[in-house]
Design a protein around this ligand. Structure first.
Ligand SMILES: [Ca+2]
Length: 236
């Protein structure tokens, strides 16, 4: 969790001069003549406030005293920070740990999508699959590039060779390259057109800087009721 801690000096003479403090925040510079709705109203003599939900990007803060009937700005601070910006990573993968009942334990998908913005574009490009797509195993020649080719007709799906229930699961990965690291917040998984029991039921979205040490972004489980070529979206 990201937090912004604000502190200030109280130069007023107590209740006779103030009813308390208000904290204002905006993603754009704040016009003191047209203040937004305060994010916090604090007691007389307050000298600190923790913003536990800062905006992604710039946060402009104004802290002021207030007094009914006579708005007073005896002191204010204007602070520009960058907060809540997610770190970016070169490698992203889904580690599949369950399928929808196929006894082989393999999993199949027709497409995997990685998005850095909710509802935004899929950042995997079909033209780059040869350099960027990989998987832990390959079943029946259904290579990982087929999960990033933007085609989900017959013959363009990925299948793992190994069972997702053994040896820690089966992964399929995209390498964004050192020049285009990403902070993925949404993943799309599209089922193949048949054999829906091969569709994932559980997976972990993971990221890495070196493809050696992996970290969990978030996990999904209990995914079922796939229909042919259905695209399901999952977010952090
Ligand atoms: Ca495909």
């Amino acid at each position: 969790m990201c937090a912004v801690s604000l502190t200030w000096d109280d130069n007023n003479g107590g209740p006779a001069e103030e009813e308390g403090f208000r904290v204002y925040r905006s993603s754009a510079p704040i016009d003191l003549a047209a203040l937004p709705v305060p994010i916090a109203t604090l007691a007389v003599g307050a000298t600190a406030y923790d913003d536990l939900t800062p905006l992604v990007g710039d946060n402009y803060y104004v802290v002021s005293t207030y007094r009914t009937g006579s708005v007073r700005y005896l002191e204010f601070d204007l602070i520009t920070i960058n907060a809540g910006v997610a770190p970016t990573y070169r490698y992203w993968q889904i580690l599949v740990t369950g399928n929808n009942g196929d006894s082989s334990g393999r999993f199949s998908v027709s497409e995997i999508e990685f998005m850095a913005v909710l509802g935004g574009p899929d950042l995997t490009l079909p033209a780059e699959t040869a350099a960027r797509a990989s998987s832990k195993s390959i079943g029946f020649g259904n290579t990982p590039d087929r999960a990033f080719d933007d085609s989900h007709s017959s013959g363009t799906w990925f299948t793992s060779s190994n069972s997702v229930y053994s040896a820690g699961g089966e992964w399929i990965r995209w390498d964004f390259g050192s020049e285009s690291e990403q902070a993925i917040v949404q993943v799309g998984v599209r089922a193949i057109h048949t054999q829906l029991e091969l569709s994932p039921s559980a997976f972990v979205v993971q990221y890495s800087d070196d493809a050696v040490t992996w970290y969990d972004a978030w996990s999904e489980s209990g995914i079922g009721a796939w229909s042919a070529n259905e695209l399901k979206l999952f977010s952090a």
